[in-house]
Ligand binder design. Structure first.
Ligand code: UD1
Length: 330
C-alpha cells in the first residue's frame, strides 16, 4: 500500500512514517520543513519538500498514485493561535482545503486526519467521549473542528473517506530511539521539561497550583506518540477494510498532573529541573481526560506506552542523545 504522509518530518508525523514503514507500507513524506526537520526523515521513505498551499505541486505529487493520505501538517500552539489567528487560518484551514481538493483531483480514496481534543473546549464532564459538546476555547481548536466538518461534506459530496483522530496530549519518543529531531521552541510541557533538564532553559514554569486537582496543578491525558502511530495504522486499515468514515479520541484514559510529570522527570533524568510556580495560563482547563472506548471498540486499539515513566524515559533518551556533549561535561 502506498501512503503519502503530509507533515511526516514533524514530531508525530515522523513516528507515523516510521511505524508504517516498519509494517511494510510504502511511505512518502511531504513536508515544507517549516517545523519538521531533515533529521526526522528515514532512508526507506521517499521525501518531497513542498508546501501544502502550493496546490498544483501537491496535485502533481499525489498523482503519482497513493492509496491514502495521512495529514498531520498544521500549526499547533493553542496560545499562539489566539494572538495570530491568521497564521492558523492559512496553514490549518486553507492548507487542509488544498489537500482535500488535491486528494479528490488525484482520486485518492481515503485520508487520516490529525484532529485534537482542543475541539471540545472546557470540559462539561469527564472522561470526554466523542459525544461531548464541541466548543473550542482557542482558535487552534476551532480550525480542527471546522476541518472535521469539511471532511464530513467531502465524504458526502466527493466520496473521500476519512478517519479524524482526536489526540489528547501527545508526548514521548520512539522507544527504539530512531527518531532524533527535537521540536524547536516547544510550548508543550514534556519538551519544555526536557529543555530544562539539558540546560537550555533555566526552569520550568508551572502554570497554576490552585486548580481543584489532587496536587493543585493541571491534569492532562498524555498519550505516547508511538501509541498514536499505532492508532493511525489501525485507522488506515479500518478505512481500507470497512466502508465508513469515523472520528475517535486517542488518549490513555489516565490523568497525570504537571507535578507528577515533573517528579517523574527529576527521578528518571537525575537532573534537578528547577521549577517556578506561576499563575494559570489563560484558557487552560483544570483537567482533561479522554474516554478512548470508541477507538478500542472500532480499531481494537489501546495505549501501551503512555505511562509517565515510558513517556519521560523515551523523551529523555532523545534529548540526552542530542545534547550528549553537554551531558558529558563535568
Ligand atoms: C494544547 C491543546 C491540545 C493540543 C496541544 C498541542 C487545548 C485545551 N489543548 O494542550 O489540544 O494538541 O496544546 O500543542 O487547547 N504547562 C506548564 N508549564 C509549561 C507548559 C505547560 O505548567 O511550560 C502545563 C499546562 O498548564 C497544562 C499541561 O502542562 O496543564 C499541558 O500543557 P501543554 O503541553 O501546553 O498542552 P495543552 O495546553 O494541554
Amino acid at each position: 500500500m502506498n501512503v503519502l504522509v503530509i507533515g511526516g518530518a514533524g514530531y508525530i508525523g515522523s513516528h507515523v512514517a516510521r511505524f508504517f514503514a516498519d509494517r511494510g507500507l510504502k511511505v512518502d513524506v511531504l513536508d515544507n520543513l517549516s517545523t519538521g526537520t531533515r533529521e526526522n526523515l528515514f532512508s526507506d521513505c521517499g521525501f518531497f519538500e513542498e508546501d501544502i498551499l502550493n496546490y498544483r505541486a501537491i496535485v502533481a505529487i499525489m498523482q503519482r498514485g497513493y492509496d491514502a493520505v495521512v495529514h498531520l501538517a498544521a500549526a499547533k500552539a493553542a496560545g499562539e493561535s489566539m494572538i495570530r489567528p491568521e497564521k492558523y487560518a492559512i496553514q490549518n484551514l486553507t492548507g487542509t482545503i488544498s489537500i482535500l481538493n488535491a486528494a479528490c483531483e488525484a482520486k485518492i480514496p481515503r485520508l487520516v486526519f490529525s484532529s485534537s481534543a482542543a475541539i471540545y473546549g472546557e470540559p462539561k464532564y469527564l472522561p470526554i467521549d466523542e459525544a461531548h459538546p464541541k466548543d473550542p476555547a482557542n482558535f487552534y481548536g476551532f480550525t480542527k473542528l471546522e476541518i472535521e466538518r469539511c471532511l464530513e461534506w467531502y465524504d458526502r459530496l466527493k466520496g473521500l473517506k476519512f478517519a479524524a483522530l482526536r489526540y489528547f496530549n501527545a508526548a514521548g519518543y520512539d522507544p527504539e530511539g530512531r527518531v532524533h529531531g527535537l521540536e524547536r521552541n516547544p510550548a508543550n510541557l514534556v519538551p519544555v521539561i526536557m529543555e530544562v533538564a539539558v540546560g537550555l532553559r533555566p526552569h520550568l514554569e508551572v502554570f497554576g497550583t490552585d486548580y481543584s486537582t489532587p496536587d493543585g496543578s493541571g491534569v492532562r491525558d498524555y498519550i505516547h506518540v508511538t501509541d498514536l502511530a499505532e492508532a493511525h495504522y489501525a485507522a488506515l486499515m479500518h478505512l481500507v477494510e470497512e466502508p465508513g468514515s469515523f472520528a475517535v479520541n486517542l488518549g490513555s484514559e489516565r490523568g497525570l498532573s504537571v507535578l507528577e510529570i515533573l517528579d517523574t522527570a527529576r527521578r528518571i533524568t537525575g537532573r534537578p529541573i528547577p521549577a517556578v510556580m506561576t499563575g494559570r495560563r489563560p484558557g487552560d482547563p483544570a483537567k482533561l481526560v479522554a474516554s478512548s472506548a470508541a477507538a478500542k471498540k472500532l480499531l481494537g486499539w489501546e495505549a501501551k506506552y503512555s505511562d509517565a515513566e515510558t513517556i519521560i524515559a523515551t523523551s529523555w533518551r532523545a534529548y540526552a542523545q542530542h545534547f550528549a556533549h553537554e551531558r558529558e561535561r563535568p
